[in-house]
Design a protein around this ligand. Sequence first.
Ligand SMILES: NC(=O)c1ccc[n+]([C@@H]2O[C@H](COP(=O)([O-])OP(=O)(O)OC[C@H]3O[C@@H](n4cnc5c(N)ncnc54)[C@H](O)[C@@H]3O)[C@@H](O)[C@H]2O)c1
Length: 253
Amino acid sequence: MILRDRVAIVTGAGSGIGRGGAEIMAREGAIVVVADLSPERSEETVAGIVKEGGRAEARPTDVTDDAAMEELIEGTVGGHGRLDILHSHAGIQVEGNLEQVTSEDMDDSWKLNVRSHFMAARLAIPQMKAQGRGSIIFTSSNSGVFVDTGMFAYITTKAAVIMMSRQIALDYAKFNVRCNALCPGWVDTPFNEPYMRQMGGREALEGYVRNRIPMGRWATVDEIAESILFLASDRSSFMTGQALVIDGGECFN
Ligand SMILES: NC(=O)c1ccc[n+]([C@@H]2O[C@H](COP(=O)([O-])OP(=O)(O)OC[C@H]3O[C@@H](n4cnc5c(N)ncnc54)[C@H](O)[C@@H]3O)[C@@H](O)[C@H]2O)c1
């Protein structure tokens, strides 16, 4: 087990990629704190992990609420005495180009897609520094490494996350705290419902994925989870400040 007894927090772990990452880390021996907005989904993830013999606990959290984030991180460190892995994952996609995105959409996007990662890292760093070890993973997107139409708020926030992870990587490398950005392409989760609406339904989205992705298909949650495990574990021990793109070649198309 490559994460035996390590303590991990995963935000947005009640569904899709976040849940897949929480499960694979637990399978590798980590104690996983599941922090989703939804208490029910947090508990479901924990129940799934425990059923497989893993260790997990639910701490439902709205990552845009600073006091709740403090409670999450302080509660985890207080309860387990350490924090080895922070996967700050929750995010939103608001569709629209520059003229369609409202200032409110933009503020909401920056609050969840950028500011919540900043708060999570800011709160986790003192413990990781003191331990002399830590891996921070921010979920960005392959949309953070290229430009596209109709996703103004999403692309700008996801690009900002990559720069934030580089800056943290630079500033905290001397403490053996690493920070990398996870950049998935298309993964079939409820997250893509707004895209589906934007494109005119499921069939249109399936056609887009077939034509647009050089590998001609979606990524599976398990494929992204493997990358999360890599970034979380010592398998990536000399890797920091990188944007790990897992997108079937889309960013080259
Ligand atoms: N699915 C994709 O194709 C894809 C591709 C690239 C990047 N991403 C990124 O992955 C993340 C979404 O993950 P997913 O695809 O598994 O989606 P999902 O919809 O399956 O899960 C998202 C989870 O985040 C939780 N959440 C939402 N707002 C929250 C908040 N304020 N606080 C805490 N939890 C909150 C939801 O309750 C939900 O359980 C986003 O950051 C997104 O940008 C997804």
